[in-house]
Design a protein around this ligand. Sequence first.
Ligand code: IMP
Ligand code: MG
Length: 171
Amino acid sequence: MIFTEMFSKQMIAVRVEEVAAQLNADYAGQEVVLVCILKGAVVFMADLMRHLTIPVSVDFMQLCSYEGVNSTGKIDLDLDLTTNISGKNVIVVEDIIDTGCTIEFIRQHLMRKNPASVRFCVLLDNPVRRIDNCDKVDYTGFVIPNQFVFGYGMDYNGKYRNLPYIAALSR
Ligand code: IMP
Ligand code: MG
């Protein structure tokens, strides 16, 4: 396997702190529920939340997607929230947005629970493959070219989530 480092541990640390500062400013005086999307966002969530100074509670969701016959695929919920988010400000923390289908599914699912607000904080944005016209991401770490990435929580065939940097497969 040939891969290159796309974002170093230091670059990620700097950017995560900047995104956290933006959240601290935007949500000053408010409480939020951080929703981590398992498994890929777990490292980003752990780093991000430790820079937040606003009062937060945390919860988790897990989804699975199947490559369907059509390009959009099918998404199912494996694990739902245990928190009641009715009337709460929710920030969904996700590793990467690619086609946008996963985030659209999450948004529709959460909106049925009557939150006060739902915003999306995504570490990586790969806009090339977007299907739904996406103004749904409110906070982005890095915009990336159309390459498969892994590390820093994200997997390549189930492995490499523990890499402290973000790698891209060379083509
Ligand atoms: P989307 O539904 O196409 O936006 O895909 C989003 C989900 O697919 C993310 O939550 C990731 O789990 C996974 N994914 C998309 N692109 C990559 C990648 O380059 N590396 C690892 N996982 C990815
Ligand atoms: Mg994911």
